[in-house]
Design a protein around this ligand. Sequence first.
Ligand code: G6P
Length: 611
Amino acid sequence: MCGIIGYTGEEEAVELLLNGLKALEYRGYDSAGIALSKGSEIIVEKSQGKISQLERKIEGENKDLSSHCGIGHTRWATHGKPNDINSHPHATENLALVHNGIIENYAELKKFLEKNEHYTFESETDTEVAAKLIDCFYRVTRDPFRAIAEALKLLRGSWAFGVIFKDDPGVIYATRKDSPLICALDEKGNFIASDIPAVLKRTNRYYTLEEGEIALVCADKVKIFDMDKRPVKKEIKEADWDVEAAEKGNYPHFMLKEIFEQPTVIRKTVSPRVKDGLPQLGIPKLTDETLKRFKRLIIVGCGTAMHAGMVGKTVIEKLARIPVQVEIASEFRYSDPILEENDLIIVISQSGETADTLAALRLAKEKGCKTMAVVNVVGSSIAREADFVFYTWAGPEIAVASTKAYTVQICAMYLLTLRLCLIHNSLPLVQVKKLTEELLDKMPVLVQETIDRSGEIRKIANRFRSVEDLFFIGRGIDYSLSMEGSLKLKEISYVHSEAYAAGELKHGTISLITQGVPVISVATWDSCYEKMISNVKEVRARGASVIMLCKKGAAAADDVSDFIIDFPECSEMFMPMLAVPSMQLFAYHMAVFRGCDVDKPRNLAKSVTVE
Ligand code: G6P
């Protein structure tokens, strides 16, 4: 989704802004632009397409763009097509502004502003309305801070704004609501950014802005105020991500690098939570007594995070015997859910900024429920607002398609399950210990073995590289895994694919299975294995080309499949840790064969900060 960068300091701003934008490319975008303070002027350069297009445009114009202060933006179109005019920054006579988020009442504000002789609108965006509204107050107050504060009172929706004013060169004004924004501190100047990787090459020290705060970012200091211009004291945070973690290294794509990082991030996430061989969640304020009080868990998330929740549901219900519901955040938030005092709402989010997941969390709190977040980005909005936080330690995930973040999210689900088993006495202590040890010691090794077979999976992908439709089938937990495998494939290779509960196929969809149609059959769950084999036979009888994902030596697999991806022996509950990376690799190789932009698939965004 859209990205923001801003810099003010002793260095040339253009290069820093363009580099910052490149570091934000992963969020997904379709146009880019910058605005620079130059004396009492503001120069705006923007272009549809990639940042390289903007760079070519800038080079072609051969203008003097030397400046020490500016803002930049990558736009992911919501209101109006991706074109030069709709791109940010949006400028007026007095200011230039970049915006992430959506101004919901833009139409009504536009009508109001159109009555003013100073304003006609050239773009289709909601952002131009915000720029002109601030401008309108600035004409009256001649005070940038007050102009912004007054405009904010009239806006509805979500925003992170970076604004520069002609009359106040060298200062970037920044504010936010429901969309992340940080002020990062460097020796040679200061930054604003929507995301830490944008500044990681220069600094890892930053302030997070809260709602209702306005920052004045100057070359030598950052001052943060509340809306009444009272200074706010803030703590400097330090990101423990290093630059290499946010770079590709020798891998052709971030996605492949992140798939291969899985054994490491599993260890990082699990090992601090195992004490004396037993699972310890180590979540401040979440004692066993508190955890025991919850009679039902409701897991909420979007996309891959929600799929991790589905694995959580299966294992928690099976082993800890506590009822679990899994909800899609965008549905949950408008469903007027019936929530009880003894429900624990668990939100899962890699970024910690997904708008729908954040809204679901807020709804649960409003209804008086306790909330727990499983989040990867430290200090993100969801992490700040949840009652209890379980941080996954996956490091920065740059590829849009989530891989390593999923794997550590399911590790969080496993640790929670095992702790619940202890608290509720639903499994003997020795068994909990055995499973915990397996997760800690054995699983990273087995995940490594599985991803080392990337070459074999590549060969299978090569065989199917030209297909246009593909089906995934599975039962129980394998159905959840099928959904994740199917999502990965769609996201990055653009192959149409569907995931079906294997037993449901014959109620309609089997009509689509004809000669040569590929069906990936996920069959890792023992209790359903035989039923799965029957379902696989059904599709095979109709000509399907079957790729079987199962345990090594699974009887009957040979007879019913054309290709087998098999996994070493481990406890059933951990099978998702082997099956999903195999499907990630399948999707990856398919996308590469089909010439797709693996890390930045069309239309998608890494962090979805709008509804
Ligand atoms: C986007 C990403 C997905 C991700 C989902 C939820 O759609 O493209 O990869 O699973 O958002 O993101 P979150 O940051 O909340 O886990």
